[in-house]
Design a protein around this ligand. Structure first.
Ligand code: AMP
Length: 143
């Protein structure tokens, strides 16, 4: 059964993070530079919150806050819903669907070891489907 740990092994365990005093503008610049949709907010090496594109739209742009002077601590979501490394991809998809979130940090041994996005989940599901199709095609051509 596919678990989150396998997915992280393929995609890498890069964690893009900022402190709570970083501004929304700095977060957006970092997200653009890294082509990602969220940053994790760490305080004293502890996960304190998450800031995503959605937060930028709803809590900064629509609220007419100045991104250059708005601190992440004011607009991040906390607490953060996390997955364990052994969480199955089916379980994770359920969490993503029920909580309506697209980014889930992965925790192992009390430490954040990576982040899985809905895009990663979709890619993993696509890969499994491709393998199944390939297997079935080979099976049919032999029959
Ligand atoms: P997203 O769809 O991931 O952009 O997030 C939608 C909303 O849920 C935003 O307010 C995010 O800050 C929040 N959010 C995203 N991921 C998480 C998470 N893992 N735990 C808690 N809140 C989250």
């Amino acid at each position: 059964m596919a678990i989150v740990k396998h997915l992280l092994e393929t995609k890498g365990m890069d964690i893009v993070r900022l402190g709570p005093d970083a501004t929304a503008l700095e977060a957006v610049q970092l997200m653009n530079e890294r082509r990602i949709g969220s940053v994790l907010v760490f305080e004293d090496d502890q996960l304190a919150g998450i800031f995503t594109e959605r937060d930028l739209m709803t809590r900064v742009v629509a609220a007419q806050l100045d991104p250059a002077s708005t601190r992440l601590s004011e607009v991040m979501t906390t607490p953060v819903a996390c997955a364990a490394a052994h969480t199955t991809l089916d379980e994770l998809r359920k969490v993503v669907r029920e909580k309506r979130i697209r980014h889930v940090p992965v925790v192992e041994g009390g430490r954040v070891v990576g982040l899985v996005s809905i895009g990663d989940l979709n890619r993993a599901e696509h890969d499994v489907q491709e393998q199944t199709i390939q297997y079935l095609s080979q099976y049919m051509s032999r029959a």
